[in-house]
Design a protein around this ligand. Sequence first.
Ligand code: ADP
Ligand code: ADP
Length: 220
Amino acid sequence: GQKIEARHLTKRYGATTAVHDLSFDVRPGLVTGFIGPNGAGKTTTMRMILGLDRPSGGDVTVGGRRYRDLPAPMREVGALIDAKAIHPGRSAYHHLLSLAQSNGIPAARATEVLGLVGLDAVGGRRVGGFSLGMCQRLGIAAALLGDPPVLMFDEPVNGLDPEGIVWIRQLMRELAAEGRTVFVSSHLMSEMALTADHLIVIGQGRLLRDEGVTEFVESS
Ligand code: ADP
Ligand code: ADP
């Protein structure tokens, strides 16, 4: 497994400080919940980990590697970020296939991950006709495509039906049990208390708590 290490990570957008002096570790073999209200800086932090945004200060590495200006390869870090951004005119299968091709991943893996997320029956349909829950599943399929040791899911439960929510909890538990590093954001503490081993809580871009779920529950 590989560790995510953030040190004094900071991101400013003009006068807005989205992330302020965040330091934390995300360890392999566990589900780590990343909790905070909307606007707290969760997506910005994940984008910096992935190399999609450049920090204004501080540093973040994944397995000792720093991704800056070039996004993390899908074989190293898989991420669900903004599932709605998927090209609406393409089929789910075509979307995964083109991601596989541009990342040096065998085409057969596209079919495999469609099955893993329960979309095999609708793989040929246009993504534009998908519900938000189906888009989330497709985004998760894309995250799994490269079989990466590190996975990040930004608000994966949004738009999922109760059955989908149970499914994603199990999936995250399984990925962690395989020794992967699983970092998952939510604005719902109640959701993460059921899924995560460890919680990192932020508010207004600042670290509020960083502790195991048991300690968190006992002190809340
Ligand atoms: P340690 O025991 O390593 O000094 P803690 O007392 O804070 O650290 O950790 C308590 C439990 O939470 C341990 O089982 C540890 O593996 C786990 N843990 C600590 N920090 C993290 C983290 N950032 N991500 C995931 N798990 C963590
Ligand atoms: P969360 O994911 O926790 O909802 P975000 O990381 O999306 O929080 O946002 C944190 C803060 O940064 C918010 O105040 C948001 O408006 C601001 N922000 C995020 N992205 C940008 C951007 N590209 N330009 C300007 N401000 C941004």
